[in-house]
Design a protein around this ligand. Structure first.
Ligand code: GDP
Length: 209
């Protein structure tokens, strides 16, 4: 509706991708509702909405989570379509979640991403388990350099760097004119039309910093 349109300058679609168990849902929950809880795996693509003001702009962030679908490798083009930002998550205590980002997830982004300039953020999660770490910071930095991503390590559990992950990604999007252009995919457009039927709109919430 028109009244909804007036409430924000830009609508951004952000995605969380990465292996099952790396902490995507927890990261999303931690960012949108400031809480941490043990989540039982759910099925079906899910998304949450958060309103923020950053870089002097009122933003409506629609953040999509795979909610377990990644286990079946059934993420499709509609999940990626129109995204301005992608958060690629691995678990610093599980090496295969890191190698799968280059072996599987980066290839999928290339295949399905519709915005050429889409900003990517590499996130190493679970740094609160420092004694179990197997992927070094240096490896993360090298990956990010190779794939042209932003990079941060965080803990969805202790909330260290959680807001920074989303903030840095969004600021970089705001700094990329092609992603803000009138009529570019996802901007000021009703992306909620694309939500697959199995997702439950009642799980979406709104809150602000
Ligand atoms: P997803 O499958 O990628 O969505 O992962 P979940 O968000 O479901 O998290 C998988 C498991 O890791 C859950 O038991 C979470 O409680 C736990 N978890 C998520 N983030 C962290 C974190 O930063 N630190 C620790 N110690 N556990 C976490």
């Amino acid at each position: 509706s028109n009244s909804t349109m007036a409430e924000f300058d830009y609508l951004f679609k952000l995605l969380l991708i990465g292996d099952s168990g790396v902490g995507k849902s927890t990261l999303l929950l931690s960012f949108t509702s400031n809480t941490f809880e043990d989540l039982s795996p759910t099925i079906g693509v899910d998304f949450k909405v958060k309103h923020v003001t950053l870089g002097g702009k009122k933003l409506k962030l629609a953040i999509w989570d795979t909610a377990g679908q990644e286990r079946f490798r059934t993420l499709t083009s509609s999940y990626y379509r129109g995204a301005q930002g992608i958060i690629m998550v691995y678990d610093v205590t599980r090496r295969e979640t890191f190698t799968n980002l280059s072996d599987i997830w980066a290839k999928e982004i290339d295949l399905y991403s519709t915005n050429q300039d889409c900003i990517k953020m590499l996130v190493g999660n679970k740094v609160d388990k420092e004694n179990e770490r197997v992927v070094s910071k240096k490896e993360g930095i090298d990956f990010a350099r190779e794939y042209g991503c932003l990079y941060l390590e965080c803990s969805a559990k202790t909330r260290v760097n959680v807001e920074q992950c989303f903030e840095e990604l969004v600021l970089k999007i705001l700094d990329t004119p092609s992603l803000l252009a009138e009529g570019s995919a996802g901007v000021k457009k009703n992306i909620f039309k694309e939500i697959p039927p199995q997702s439950d709109a009642s799980t979406s919430g709104c809150c602000s910093w």
